[in-house]
Design a protein around this ligand. Sequence first.
Ligand code: ADP
Length: 263
Amino acid sequence: APQLLFSLVMILFIGISFYFMYRSLRMQQRLMLLKNDFVSNMTHELKTPVATASVAIEALRSFRTLDDPERTHEYLEIAQHELNRLTLLTDNILKAAIFESKGIAIHIETFELKEVVAQVLASMKLVFEKKRASVTFHAEGDDFRARGGKAHIVNLFYNLLDNALKYSPGEPEISVRLKCVKDGVLLNIRDKGIGIPPEFHKKVFEKFFRVPSGNVHNIKGHGLGLNYVAGVVKSHGGTIRLDSQPGKGSTFIVYLPKHYEKN
Ligand code: ADP
């Protein structure tokens, strides 16, 4: 009997050890996945400011811009603005690296959404010119103050504008609208590009999803931008919606509440 008891205790002990080993492996696996997500998201986010800054510097070098103080000033400002953005992003990455599994720390501040949109549009001016894109911006209302992670909101605009450009063949026509609504702000970004079939309207916000039709495969991308955008909107307690028809274009409609509450 003591031997049997001993065997039982041993079996129990081995069982429990295996269980804990399994749990710790699962946990490590989950942490790895989180880390991979984070790395791929950030790689994507870092590329846009680098690209915009280099276009500005390239423009400074290739035209006779340096003889034109106004243009020189404008291009230098764009490059500087992008480098500031990059600084903010790297700062966030460093913070997140410290907290690793907790993701990006959102630094909450109050900002003017209309100014933020105008700044993003101004800093993308050269990119728009290069693609021969026409971009209009209308704001309706008088109070565009919002609270939240400004750097992430800026990235949200960049991502949506970048997509509007990427998925518009020929000369892109993009319209940006801001509207004050009760307790928040509505942002519409509309393009007249290839559009998205209705069956993919939810899926485009999933990680790594790319619409498997159209000439999407000639267009560079990883299917991460909209997932990040949806994450930013959600963390601000907002909503994002898509109105689109293949061949007609797409409108992304973002609602951001004025007051930030941790979500
Ligand atoms: P990426 O553009 O890097 O592939 P996104 O997450 O930004 O990744 O977008 C996911 C997919 O949604 C894209 O691959 C594309 O198929 C589709 N998509 C996004 N924005 C647009 C748009 N403005 N017009 C048409 N299709 C779009």
